[in-house]
Design a protein around this ligand. Structure first.
Ligand code: ATP
Length: 453
């Protein structure tokens, strides 16, 4: 079965239902910058919440951190970003557009979009030159005298520079990890594909510090863990793969990197990178800051610089992957039903409570149920428009359950409980409804798209 999803359909649904829209639209927009609306915020918050859960709640060897976006400029000298965080840039003398030289085969020519950049009859590309991706700004009230600083291009360095603090105050010893979620900024030459590549994005990164001899074992542990995370949250396993970097792709600091890739409508693309970074980062900061960044075992007096395994994911890219994987269309009674088959844990709204009609005491009972359920989970009350229209709206935002109050409810205090995926409707008593929904929310879930494939 071919997947009905396209990037255009995702962009359109996101706009239509208030997940994500182009930023600064009233001023004509700024390229590749997006704002998240209500349901987008709820969805991305759930993605990040599930990441925190996997990192912190389900384990006892990872602690949390929230470091500053603007750090000492020497951080970026030590990390190698100032000298080497570059992409190769080419200009076209004909169309005046700029392209990432290593992505030419994916980018349309500025004059003849049916051709790739560089392949059009009039393309006239310059030699590639290195372009640093870090955004620069100045601190202090006077621009001239202010020091140049950078918006962080990754959250990871904030973790390394706090290694000593965390080691001291968290009473941990390797193997242990420090996890952080936050915004990063990269002046990408060619952003695009909706929120897949933007200049401002959120990262979910964890640096796991281990005794050097254990690094390979932990690298493999995190490859398996991170792949499992996506699958447990509903991503179809046949749309997910681990791809090991070839030797010539590896960063200078890495002895092994694998990407978790997802089969987006644009093809297999990176969701997350998992790298064995050795002692590169701690050693570099130790050298540049003239600080000892090592672990000393108080019992054995053994001292060493821990090696680091880093799973680095993008919250926006993951959100996009969950949206793409969830998007579905099916024919129901001659009409196309569009829906997001999101894992209930990720769904922005878990339950919608609706009176069948806006009279006969039904809205009052529905509001009572809503008031009760919202204490337990994200719920929504919806009484506007026909019931069919309301269901369609909830389907499109991915709400897994709908509770409908009808005339029978007033007689026997039962409601219909509708399942988004199967469309099954069962009558259940109002008492115990919250427990039943919580039970369903906790239950393992696999996407019906798998069975249909
Ligand atoms: P790419 O090769 O796609 O540029 P990368 O290998 O440079 O990505 P990393 O530095 O490993 O990316 O960053 C970790 C994660 O952060 C990526 O896997 C991705 O999910 C996310 N990410 C990186 N750059 C962007 C971006 N410009 N927009 C959205 N997410 C991003």
């Amino acid at each position: 079965m071919t997947d009905v999803v396209t990037m255009e359909k995702i962009v359109s649904l996101c706009k239509r239902r208030g997940f994500i829209f182009p930023s600064s639209e009233i001023y004509g927009g700024v390229g590749s910058t997006y704002d998240y609306g209500h349901y987008g915020v709820l969805l991305k918050t759930n993605v990040k919440g599930e990441w925190w859960r996997a990192m912190l709640q389900d384990r006892d060897d990872v602690v949390a951190l929230d470091s500053a976006i603007i750090q000492h400029p020497r951080v970026w000298e030590a990390s190698g970003h100032l000298a080497g965080f570059t992409d190769p840039l080419v200009d076209c003398r004909t169309c005046k557009q700029r392209f990432r030289a290593d992505h030419l085969d994916q980018l349309p020519c500025g004059q003849k979009p049916s051709k790739h950049a560089g392949e059009g009859p009039d393309c006239d590309l310059t030699e590639a030159r290195d372009f640093n991706l870090m955004f620069e700004t100045t601190v202090g009230p006077v621009k001239e005298s202010g020091a140049t600083v950078y918006l962080r291009p990754e959250t990871a360095q904030g973790i390394f520079i706090n290694f000593k603090n965390v080691l001291q105050f968290s009473r941990r010893k390797p193997p242990f990890g420090i996890a952080q979620i936050g915004k990063s900024f990269r002046n990408e030459i060619t952003p695009g594909n909706f929120v897949f590549r933007t200049r401002e994005f959120e990262q979910m990164e964890m640096e796991f510090f281990v005794p050097p001899a254990e690094s390979q074992r932990w690298f493999e542990h995190w490859l398996a863990e991170r792949e499992r995370w996506y699958v447990e949250l509903g991503i179809r396993p046949d749309h997910l793969r681990l791809r090991a970097h070839d030797a010539d792709e590896l960063s200078h600091y890495s002895s092994g990197t694998s990407d978790v890739e997802y089969l987006f409508p644009i093809g297999w693309s990176e969701l997350e990178g998992i790298a064995n970074r050795g002692d590169f980062d701690l050693s570099r900061h130790a050298e540049h800051a003239n600080e000892k960044l090592e672990y000393v075992d108080t019992a054995t007096r053994e001292r060493y610089v821990p090696h680091v395994i880093e799973p680095a994911a993008g919250a926006d890219r993951a959100t996009l992957a969950f949206l793409v994987d969830a998007y579905d269309e099916e024919q129901v009674e001659g009409e196309t039903r569009t829906l997001l088959r999101l894992h209930p844990k990720l769904a922005p709204v878990k339950v919608a409570v609706m009176p069948l009609v806006r009279k006969d005491g039904q809205p009052e009972v529905a509001r009572e149920i809503y008031a009760d359920l919202r204490k337990r989970m994200q719920a929504e009350y919806d009484e506007g428009g026909s019931i069919g229209k309301r269901y369609r709206r909830q389907d499109e935002i991915g709400t897994p359950w709908g509770v409908t109050v009808d005339h029978q409810t007033l007689e026997d205090r039962t409601v219909t409980l509708r399942d988004r995926d199967t469309l099954e409707q069962v009558r259940v008593p109002i008492d115990g409804l919250g427990d039943e929904l919580e039970r369903r929310l906790r239950a393992p879930w696999t996407t019906p798209k798998l069975a249909a494939a």
